[in-house]
Write a protein that binds this ligand. Structure first.
Ligand code: FAD
Length: 501
């Protein structure tokens, strides 16, 4: 039986990826106990460029009960095993940040310290040789994830590249079937309760008024409720992450569907390449302080695999976070809560993560301030960790061949990141919280990939015999290569599993 203070009605404003993810997750989790309405405006439209994800998307899809094959067909998805970074360390460098973790599926002690010990003695290969996802990505091979910890494939994990507009439609169909009511219309006014400033109701352009106990702001960069109505404030992080524009264009797919995203350095930023079943998504994320829209567009169009399939789209953003993702009875998700450039494909995940936390902190109509503060602290911690991880890519470059790269290599960085780099340089130590989004393997991939080389390693690693350890590493490398050999080719796997549209 429901408590009399229970939330009875929820209104989500915005029907982009964030809005429909919120609708699907809240409807699935809350059952029929509360009414859920979603308001979206076709006239305003959506951003619709989020095409690359990280493996946690599998948990989101499982949370709401999406069937993988149908979801992949309907969103024309491909599998993603990591991100290839081209030119990020120095102009010639090329490394992969693979999903999963380095090392064997069974124990090899403190793998990365042993690796650093062998590397120091010239007895180890590139770190990528010890990653199952990394080797599979390079060979264009994939597998189904397994939950069996005894299987060598337990170190294999994947995410998706998908058409974000189709994903939104898929989630919409799903949510409407579960009873989410969609209202088409533009919110033009917001009424606040006089006694406490909580949101009371929204007025649509056609004169309708909609009220609710809890409002979810998914209105994109404008943050109509969280900022427009509640003036929550925004922490601007563009001094650390100076890219502030993107130009995006899809092109014809040429050649096989690579199971990884590619990020290639350009003069004032970087270019993404995201392979889908029916086309390849491309975009140049750049800083308007260091290049012009015209040059950026030309650069992008000159660097496509195949013929463009549409006119280039231009997007503007300010990197940063809303000071509070949850203010009074409004929770902001997606671009309304802040934006970090898509270098590590984290935005859609932040929507997922915000929703999981919202369910953990689900309020009643008293809206306990301590509950809201704790939610905000957790959301903000995660955003700061992701921010630091992204800044690392820029900070650790050795490039100085354009004004932009000279600037990002020398710009001040947050203390939290400076400390992480310092202890890694000193003794190869990776310090992180256990539930951080990016695992130690991810930090290791980017540190070493960008050329941050530790001066030393944990002296306890010297207790292992170097020759024996080198033999175990060589055996691991052979085992990974043999396993990859047995894995199907990406497209063959999609076809066999009825995942191709
Ligand atoms: P939007 O898509 O902007 O949706 C806003 C919604 O609000 C729309 O439905 C609009 O109609 C509605 N709305 C606004 N105002 C009103 C109003 N007054 N009344 C009614 N409705 C209103 N993320 C990733 O995870 N991976 C990526 O690879 C990735 N790449 C990106 C590349 C770029 C260049 C950018 C800018 C973003 C990228 N993202 C990526 C982020 C991703 O696109 C977004 O996180 C995601 O699409 C969620 O957007 P949204 O739903 O918050 O906002």
């Amino acid at each position: 039986m429901q408590n009399e203070r229970a939330i009875r009605s929820i209104v989500i404003v915005g029907g982009g990826t964030a809005g429909w993810m919120a609708a699907a997750a809240l409807r699935s989790a809350l059952g029929r106990g509360s009414s859920i309405q979603l308001i979206e405006s076709a006239e305003i439209g959506i951003v619709g460029v989020g095409e690359a994800t990280i493996p946690a998307i599998r948990q989101f899809n499982a949370l709401i009960g999406l069937k993988e094959a149908a979801f992949m067909r309907q969103t024309k998805a491909s599998l993603k095993l990591g991100i290839e970074f081209v030119g990020w360390g120095d102009a010639q460098s090329r490394y992969l940040h693979p999903f999963g973790v380095y090392g064997p599926h069974n124990d090899l002690g403190d793998f990365h310290q042993l690796y650093l010990m062998l590397r120091d003695k010239g007895l180890a290969d590139d770190i990528g040789a010890y990653s199952l996802c990394g080797q599979a990505a390079r060979r264009g091979r994939v597998a189904a994830p397994t939950v069996d910890p005894a299987s060598p494939l337990s170190r294999f994990t994947s995410a998706y590249h998908f058409d974000a507009i189709l994903y939104g439609r898929h989630l919409r169909r799903f949510s409407e079937q579960l009873g989410v009511k969609r209202l088409e219309g533009e919110v033009i006014d917001v009424t606040l309760r006089s006694e406490d400033g909580f949101l009371e109701s929204l007025t649509l352009k056609d004169g309708q008024t909609v009220s609710a106990d809890l409002f979810i702001d998914c209105t994109g960069f404008r943050g109509l409720l969280i900022e427009g109505a509640l003036k929550t404030g925004y922490d601007d992080w563009s001094h650390w992450l100076p890219v502030d524009r993107a130009v995006a264009v899809p092109c014809e797919r040429v050649g096989p569907i690579t199971p990884y995203t590619t990020s290639t350095v350009r003069e004032a930023g970087w270019q993404w390449r995201i392979p889908l079943q029916h086309r390849t998504g491309n975009g140049y994320v750049y800083s308007s302080r260091f290049t012009t829209e015209e040059i950026a567009t030309r650069t992008l169009m000159d660097n496509l695999d195949g013929a463009p399939l549409a006119e280039p789209r231009h997007l503007r953003f300010v990197t940063g976070r809303r000071r509070k993702a949850w203010n009074r009875n409004v929770v902001a998700l997606g671009l309304a809560s802040g934006f970090l450039e898509p270098l590590e494909s984290t935005s859609i995940h932040m929507v997922h993560s915000g929703l999981v936390k919202l369910l953990q902190h689900f309020p009643d109509r008293e809206f306990s301030p301590v509950n809201i503060d704790t939610y905000n602290r957790r959301v903000s911690e995660e955003a700061q960790e992701v921010r630091d991880f992204i800044i690392l890519h820029y900070h650790a470059t050795t490039r100085r061949d354009s004004e932009f790269w000279a600037y990002v290599a020398s710009m001040p960085i947050p203390d939290s990141l400076r400390d992480r780099i310092a202890i890694f340089r000193d003794r190869g130590m990776l310090v992180s919280r256990p539930d951080e989004l990016f695992s130690q393997s991810s930090w290791l991939a980017v540190m070493l990939g960008q050329g941050v080389i530790p001066q030393s390693y944990n002296p306890l690693a010297d207790r292992s015999d170097p020759q024996d350890t080198a033999a175990s590493f060589a055996a691991l490398q052979r085992q990974i290569a043999q396993l990859v050999e047995t894995m199907p080719d990406h497209e063959a796997f999609l076809a066999q599993n009825n995942m191709l549209d």
